[in-house]
Design a protein around this ligand. Sequence first.
Ligand code: UGA
Length: 435
Amino acid sequence: MRIAMIGTGYVGLVSGTCLADFGHHVTCVDKDQGKIEGLLASRMPIWEPGLEALVKSNVDRGRLEFTTDLSKALKGAEAVFIAVGTPSRRGDGHADLSYVFAAVEELAGLLEGPLVIVTKSTVPVGTGDKIADLLKEKGAPEGVSVASNPEFLREGAAIADFKHPDRILVGAEDDKARAILAEIYRPLFLNRAPMLFTSRRTAELTKYAANAFLATKISFINEMADLCEAVGADVQDLARGIGLDNRIGAKFLHAGPGYGGSCFPKDTLALLRTADESGVKQRIVSTVVDVNDRRKKAMADRVVAALGGDARGKRIGVLGLTFKPNTDDMRDAPSIPLIEGLQAAGAEVVAFDPVGREQAEPLFKNVEYASSAEGAAEGADAVVIVTEWDEFRALDLNDLASRMRGKLLIDLRNIYHRDEADEAGLVYHGIGRGK
Ligand code: UGA
């Protein structure tokens, strides 16, 4: 099947590449000439494990193409996916749909025959209806339908998530759209991935509900962590204790510095705007957002408190800047309010991230960058682990301690145990580990 993919961001590039890897012919389109030229030369616009090799092998086999010319991508296509960004809109935080509608406007002028337009971008409920109305208004040909197929992949594990999804969700209003999407995802049925067909509106809302629920689990366990600290309990054991109950599930119960990234913060806000527009309160999600915002800001205070209440002149080694490991993405990363807070308290920050430096540099002022974790520890009063990159999991704590001026190890991801830090002569502060 021939497929066009509009947008070569995280979702578009990974989805387009994986669909090509399943044997479809995929043409990815982007307005950004530099990005397309880079992709044609196998230069990835994002850092995602395994992506470069998969792009290259599918380009070499002639199944994956890149162009800035939408009309070329549409030739013979039975489906066109819209996978452009839907960032938070300035002012009210609702999803900014300008890229989606710009793509639809352009499409409307080029469509020649029947095909399915599939929104893969995360779009508020009702967007598919608006797209269908716009197409009608612009005189799109008979047989053009609009479906919703939200994507659930995570950054850093994007290829594995796309190829082995927990489910494939399709919201469609006609049989032809359902049949084409079933054909596109047929290779995944071999992996026994369940395919769920719903109405278009339900699919759109389900994507927001999924992210909001995951964000809720994180804020829940983070508040439990605070309670554990106050009463002398351990949140890691508590998470295991509740997570082994299948009704709760063990995943997304890691306490930490609060969630970040390009999805949870923006999607929870957009869901709240949808709720406002509908006049239906979403008190839980609203609280989750508030808890998370406060938590991210509170991380700097936590470090200052560990320093005895005064951070002036203190040198802090920060390990990990990106919002999670295996990505160079800095969007809404907990490291941002942490570093700003530490600097405001008078501390000097030296940071190391295995891949995020280039994206991080424009965001911070007066941060010194080290080229290794050990380098960041050199002369530091405290080392703070902010992102749980694998290479931070087996640091030689004795070596780290010997390089430091002070003795504080502040582990915001709970990747060490107090005992091993004690043995190295470090004073350990984890998250939610009262005792
Ligand atoms: C998230 C969802 O997990 C994907 O299913 C979804 O497709 C994606 O958003 C999206 O809407 O595009 P992503 O933002 O890439 O994926 O990363 P996650 O692994 O979900 O992590 C998000 C944040 O939550 C990170 O800051 C992470 O550190 C934090 N987190 C996650 C925790 O603090 N604790 C946990 O237990 C899990």
